[in-house]
Ligand binder design. Structure first.
Ligand SMILES: [Zn+2]
Length: 704
């Protein structure tokens, strides 16, 4: 499940070794001084492993400035001594290596470890925060582990690090300072506004922000505590902290008002066996891409205080904790070009073309860029070295340019002056640029989408036919399909009597599709198939959807404030098309759905949106994911039809397994989703078992 390459740079001779040591030291020094490095994490680790391998073969040639075995790669900064050294952690990369490590720890202490704390390894900077009598006193970076830099000036802008604790205690809290994804976006926006260069990634942003003094602007970071220890005058608390299991130290710190990872999706949990630890490691790894902050691994600690004490520490790392590293999800590569593509709704979206780079097991050649303002905000230029992030199934994104790697050869990114699809003007009044022709710009695409299998499902209306209809001037939007006449179709090339009649019959059937399909066919931005079903089930009729204001729309599961406003605006734009559809006799109601109560008559029952006036449905409150090939009664259902079935039965259909999943319907050839569900303890049902559960809803709702 969690796998990564731990390859090493191959160093052929003493000269290559010396050059590698110099490069690694320079990178470590730059990183620890400014948060910027010419090497991404994986490149640095590869170099460090090559150096270590060479030193193992040539122990008499080891250079004094080698980063091997040194905290922070030997980069020394700061002069505030740590009361207890701030060590690094050793790494493992697989379940097997983790098993070996636990066995050696248990051998050392002469008994099994009864509890392991499994925590996220946050991708930030380790710091120590000292409190005296409950008041914040000093914030110190890790530095070289023996002494760090005083960065107390930055503490006020660190979320989660209170100025006063809830009790007047004296202690040192240790943890990680990072930028959440949101803080990173905000921070870079503020920096570029002030003429500064953007940070390449959130970690560099946190490092740079912590060290910066006298900035004209404020950039926030977030603290996550991972431990606490007494200071010389802690008094009785020293004994308490020494005796508490690690997990209780974390609860104690949280109780003082300091932020910890508790309450996040990757909150620390206790595990009692190696298998349980591994299951939690896999679960955290699978949540990684969706987290609002970066993690680069999982930390596993022996929880009992006595175990930690007896295991002790080496010069570089404690023996009772280990970092289970996850594959790198960030790489530096070059931005080669920006493509401008016009979407179905006329939106002109930029896409970055990258020098292909391998990240998290796949080759990344493109990344999303959102909109022109996004490019300006990031100060991206063609030829830039950029930090690219890709984890799990997410679309790769550019974090920022690595500004200190600029050569001066970089050129500005040209924005289109007219629609790259049709040459019309561009409406640039909003962040997302749009062709002034809107949906008409990509008429063929939008009509084909409406006729598609998961929307109106008009058989015999492939792209070639749509092109004929559009070019022949017969169709200016998809409502025109419903008023096509037999003679018009017969006049088209390669259109015989039979295909004409078949197409007209298919269009006739399309007129009776449920509202969810008709709504989906409109192609309202931000509403795909499942959102369209939720909207249709909630409102039951098109009239009610169109009449809803942004506030009412937000009652639909998954619609936030921003999306609600966008949907309202878009529906206003689509009103003439909707009127045309109504006039053409297209169905505008959702079978089985009951409209919501009128405002003011609503009570706590409020369950009318499941379409049954509150009667319990077999999947009420459940989130269901389908994977693999369906069989038995479900064999002929497309994935979309399966999702419709789930929603008719009161559930919510989702495409990815998470800890919020209630049930996974797994057919034959179910792959990673099944494994993930089993790891997370999610209930798994065979198609036959599921068919029995929702049998009453099979075949209902489809008008065709
Ligand atoms: Zn256009």
């Amino acid at each position: 499940m969690v796998a990564m390459t731990n390859s090493a740079a191959v160093l052929a001779d003493a000269a290559a070794y010396a050059a590698a040591v110099e490069e690694a030291s320079r990178a470590a020094a730059a990183y620890y001084a400014t948060g910027e490095s010419a090497l991404d994490d994986e490149a640095y680790d590869r170099l460090a492993r090559g150096i270590a391998a060479y030193e193992a073969d040539h122990p008499d040639e080891v250079l004094a400035d080698s980063p091997t075995g040194k905290v922070a790669g030997g980069a020394a900064v700061g002069d505030v001594p740590h009361t207890v050294p701030m060590l690094s952690l050793d790494n493992v990369f697989s379940a097997e290596q983790f098993g070996t490590w636990t066995a050696s720890l248990e051998r050392r202490i002469g008994r099994p470890v009864t509890a392991w704390s499994v925590e996220p390894k946050l991708d930030g900077l380790a710091v120590a925060a000292r409190y005296r009598d409950g008041r914040f006193e000093r914030l110190i970076t890790r530095g070289d582990g023996q002494a760090g830099e005083d960065v107390s000036h930055a503490a006020a802008a660190v979320v989660g690090l209170p100025q006063r604790l809830s009790a007047p205690v004296t202690l040192e809290v240790r943890g990680e300072i990072l930028m959440t994804n949101e803080q990173f976006e905000q921070g870079n926006a503020i920096r570029t506004e002030h003429g500064g260069a953007p940070f390449a990634n959130p970690r560099n942003g946190a490092a740079g922000t912590l060290r910066a003094k006298d900035r004209a602007y404020r950039v926030e970071t977030t603290f996550f505590a991972y431990g606490a220890l007494p200071l010389p005058d802690s008094g009785a608390l020293a004994q308490t902290l020494a005796e508490l299991p690690h997990s209780e130290v974390l609860s104690y710190v949280a109780g003082l008002g300091v932020h910890t990872a508790a309450g996040t999706d990757v909150a620390p949990v206790l595990a009692t066996t190696v298998e349980e630890v591994q299951a939690r490691v896999d679960a955290i790894a699978s949540l990684r891409a969706a987290l609002p902050f970066g993690i680069d691994g999982i930390v596993i600690k022996a929880d009992p205080a006595a175990d930690q004490r007896e295991a002790g520490s080496g010069t570089r790392a404690p023996r009772w904790a280990i970092a289970y590293k996850l594959p790198a999800v960030e790489k530096i590569t070059r931005l080669l070009a920006v493509e401008w593509n016009v979407g179905r709704t006329g939106i002109i979206a930029p896409r970055a073309v990258l020098e292909p780079v391998e990240i998290d097991g796949s080759t990344v050649g493109y990344a999303t860029l959102h909109n022109p303002a996004d490019i300006t905000r990031r100060d991206l230029r063609l030829g830039d070295q950029v930090m690219v992030y890709k984890a799990g199934d997410i679309i790769p994104r550019i974090e920022a340019p690595v500004v200190h790697l600029r050569t001066g050869e970089e050129t500005p990114i040209a924005f289109p002056e007219s629609c790259p699809q049709c040459g019309s003007d561009i409406d640039a009044s909003e962040q997302r640029w749009r062709c002034v022709r809107g949906r008409s710009c990509r008429l063929v695409a939008s009509v084909s989408y409406a006729a598609g299998r998961d929307q109106l499902d008009i058989e015999g209306l492939g792209t070639t036919r749509v092109v004929q209809l559009v070019e022949g001037g017969l169709v200016a939007d998809f409502a025109d399909l419903f008023t096509l006449e037999r003679a018009q179709l017969l006049a088209l090339d390669r259109m015989g009597e039979t295909s004409t009649d078949n197409l007209l019959a298919a269009i006739g059937t399309a007129r009776t599709r449920p509202l969810s399909r008709v709504f989906c066919a409109l192609g309202v931005r931000g509403t795909g198939r499942s959102m369209s079903r939720r909207i249709a089930r909630y409102f039951a009729t098109m009239d009610r959807i169109v009449a809803a204001d942004a506030e009412t729309l937000q009652r639909v599961d998954g619609i936030g404030k921003e999306k609600a406003a966008a949907v309202v605006a878009e529906l206003a734009e689509l009103a003439p098309l909707i009127d045309k559809l109504v006039a053409a006799g297209v169905n505008m109601t959702e079978p089985g759905a009951t409209p919501p109560p009128e405002p003011g008559t609503e009570n706590e029952a409020g369950a009318a949106d499941d379409g049954t006036n509150g009667a319990a449905l077999p999947l009420t409150g459940m989130t269901v994911v389908v994977t693999g090939a369906m069989s038995g009664a479900l064999e002929k259902l497309s994935r979309n039809q399966m999702n419709e079935l789930i929603e008719r039965a009161g559930g919510r259909a989702s495409s990815s397994v998470s800890k919020r999943t209630s049930l996974l319907v797994a057919g034959e050839k179910a792959g990673s989703k099944r494994t993930k569900a089993e790891d997370l303890g999610v209930r798994v049902a065979e198609p036959e078992e599921f068919a029995e559960l929702v049998g009453a809803f099979l075949g209902a709702g489809e008008e065709s």
